[in-house]
Design a protein around this ligand. Structure first.
Ligand SMILES: [Zn+2]
Length: 400
């Protein structure tokens, strides 16, 4: 073909952060003198969603899958590598001679998304650039992605193939918010409680007359932010409540499952959908541990403290929001208990919403005047975490 174009020197496994420069060299080899309009390098981010929806099955002709998709450019920056900015403009192009050319470049990621499609009142205000991301619903045909691409394009005016291009995907992770979560989240613990209920007739489950016989409480430091590769700072406490229904005792903990759940909500055109994937971080079976019922004290006893806090959290995409995608997290705790009578097992499922961070923060830039503005909280974060720590056993809906 006579023209060889390549991006060199950018490591494919490197993860970039906000305002970080991507440095490399564009290599151009010409096998003969060639007329070129320009060689331009660009860095861009794109968020895409797609989903397939089926209409009601019973209406003739309405079972054709309907495809919706949407794509927003998060930002785009470009630099002309050739001709040199001081070269006089030549409308018919430039004619470098046969040979090898190297164009060193440096192009930076921004801090915030600069999407122009968004309707501010609906979705997308100034929000920090989301992480590289790809997820799809297990069953339904829904897909979401955030992709960052470094691309070099060589343009010619006259040829059939007017543009020759090369591109490379880059991995990107945002910084964690530097803004503090509002004080109503509290500074002590972020807690959630759930009761296990039994009716005076001995049937398990929540009803008007049912009484709680057991209380499970999950506690995370407030604000509840988890990080990949770090320990799970969860405390799980349980208390067998004084009960008139003595024959249920002793209550024993039989199994304990803890999962990190990731929920992806997407919009595509006028359609919406969401899906959740779950990763087990702890699985304990056959515990057969008696839960103490201390009538005198009001203290909850901690279960498996060393084991739970020994869990290392997996790599997972951090919580983020764009116009089209909201990605959020929760911890799901599933504890199974056995009662003396009735003898069947009963479980308490408890979900505690969390933020999943990157653990990355801007470096202190010192006095060079190039300070990065504070990283704002993810939109939707406050609503996701909830403002209240209080629990009312009477109104707390049962988990089954
Ligand atoms: Zn947008």
């Amino acid at each position: 073909m006579g023209i060889y174009l390549d991006i060199q020197g950018v490591e494919s496994d490197r993860t970039f952060t906000p305002n970080e420069a991507v440095k490399g060299v564009v290599s151009l080899k010409l096998h003969r003198a060639t007329v070129i309009s320009d060689v331009t390098l660009s860095l861009e981010g794109t968020t895409r969603t797609s989903l397939i929806e089926k209409g009601p099955a019973f209406i003739l002709g309405n079972d054709v899958p309907k495809v919706a998709d949407e794509s927003h450019q998060l930002f785009r920056r470009s630099k002309v590598l050739f001709p040199h900015p001081n070269s006089p403009f030549i409308a018919r192009g430039y004619t470098p001679s046969e040979g090898e050319y190297a164009f060193p470049f440096e192009i930076s990621f921004p801090l915030s998304a600069e999407c122009s499609i968004s309707q501010p009142e609906l979705r997308h205000r100034e929000t920090i650039l989301p992480p590289s991301f790809e997820a799809q619903a297990v069953k339904a045909g829904a897909h979401a992605s955030v992709i960052y691409t470094l691309r070099v394009e060589l343009k010619r005016r006259t040829h059939l193939r007017k543009v020759i291009s090369q591109e490379q995907s880059l991995k990107f992770l945002p910084f964690d918010p530097t803004a503090a979560l509002p004080s109503f989240l509290g500074t002590g613990y972020h807690t959630r409680q759930r009761g296990l209920y039994i009716s005076p007739q001995g049937s398990l489950g929540y009803s008007e007359t049912a009484l709680p016989i057991l209380l499970l409480e999950a506690k995370l430091p407030s604000p509840p932010v988890l990080y990949p590769r770090e320990r799970l700072p969860l405390q799980l406490c349980v208390r067998s409540l004084p009960t008139r229904i003595r024959h249920v005792l002793p209550v024993k903990l039989q199994s304990l499952l803890i999962s990190l759940r990731s929920t992806t909500e997407i919009a595509a055109d006028i359609h919406h959908t969401s899906w959740t994937s779950s990763r087990r971080v702890l699985e304990l079976h056959g515990l057969d541990e008696t839960i103490s019922c201390d009538r005198e004290s009001d203290v909850l006893s901690e279960i498996k403290p060393g084991v739970i806090q020994g869990v290392t959290l997996p790599e997972a995409a951090p919580s983020f929001t764009t116009c089209l995608i909201e990605h959020k997290h929760s911890l799901e705790i599933d504890a199974t208990f056995s009662l003396s009578e009735p003898t069947r097992l009963s479980s308490i499922k408890l979900v505690i919403n969390v933020e999943f961070g990157t653990g990355l923060y801007p470096e202190d830039t010192g006095d060079d005047g190039d300070m990065m503005p504070p990283i704002p909280l993810r939109r939707g974060c406050i609503a996701h975490l909830g403002a209240s720590d209080t629990v009312d056993l009477g109104r707390d809906p049962p988990p089954y």
